[in-house]
Write a protein that binds this ligand. Sequence first.
Ligand code: COA
Length: 392
Amino acid sequence: MSKLRRVAMIGAGLTKFGEHWNLSFRELGTEAAIKAVENSNIDGKEIEAMYIGCMASGRFVGQEHIGALVADQLGLNPIPSTRVEAACASGGLALRTGYLSIASGEHDIVAVGGIEKMTEVTTAEAGFALGGAGDQETELFHGATFPALYALLAKVHMKQFGTTEEQMAAVSVKNHKNAVHNPIAQFRKEISIEQVMKSGYVATPLKLLDCSPISDGAAAVILAEIGLAKKLCENPVEIIGSTHATDSLALTGRKSLTELNATKVASAQLFHQTGLTPKDIDMAEVHDCFSIAEILAIEDIGFFKKGQGGPATEQGKTALDGEIAINPSGGLKGCGHPVGATGVKQAAEMFQQLRGEAGGRQVKEAEIGLTHNVGGSGATCVMHAFRLMENR
Ligand code: COA
């Protein structure tokens, strides 16, 4: 890392997440990008390159060639603009690609975006498109869509550590509670453990309210080399670490089903890179595509011991005012999960939180935050760490 230049976020912009019947795919992306440019106080013409996370626009809206499309929509031709795909971690990987393009010295200012519009197709079609992030031959072909794969992980965790359905429900209850204070969230309503327990099974033991929804939305952040960031922005948020790890697409290729090894590797590398430990982190946006996924994440990153993620959540240790605030934005469960946008939304949340701009969901005295974005059932993990740079 020492040879790399330092990079910071200087602006963020988000559309509302949810069902958008009046905004097209390209309009969502444009709205988020314009908001990010306005928020950063730069002239859009200063952007030298763009990186756009998008998982399956061909399947969802019949549009490919997203990099050039977004540059064209924004009037930024002929700058280089690249689509980045890593399933539900597309946004996180776009952020890392943008980060590396500045860290390497190639560019000074870039825009990173994430877009997905998933509600144009039926739930069955969306489930099939998403299922392509698993192993098509050994899983999806046999009908194993994502709720089924995570249900399998949940069952093994329950059997091995005694994790309960109520503990998983507590993840959804907390994330919905945080989302109430997030203006972009798809579900701005509190739910109770009882409501989660009574919602219908999607894939036993996961119920409707254990699942992230199908969503439309876009997010964007503007990155700049640190010296420039200090000149352009009063309170830039530095990206102090960036890591990426992979694993087998199919669950059958994994050594263990009670952990995601890509998360363990990416987080160990992130702590090594930054010199931090899990105890130094004040808040984290983790990939809660299903309630069990948040429990796996907080254990695999090292915030809690293996098997303790469920009890910790039930005891309020991951609440906004708990030991460590997990998913202050409302996470994928409360905010919604437009897959390509999620990883960028996580970074935008860190930008707002660390600058004290998160309103009712503000994590008090937060200095260091972390994001964790997973693709598929854990075959990709992209993580970043962030710290506020006070510009005096
Ligand atoms: N959480 C809370 N409420 C949800 C919801 C969710 N995940 N999904 C749908 N709802 C609500 C809808 O708002 C709707 O409420 P309303 O009747 O008040 O309008 C109701 O439940 C029925 O919605 P519907 O769209 O018919 O649900 P569905 O049965 O078509 O889809 C799931 C539900 C869980 C199957 C779908 O959301 C899903 O597949 N989620 C997982 C997505 C995924 O795999 N992402 C990638 C992760 S790796």
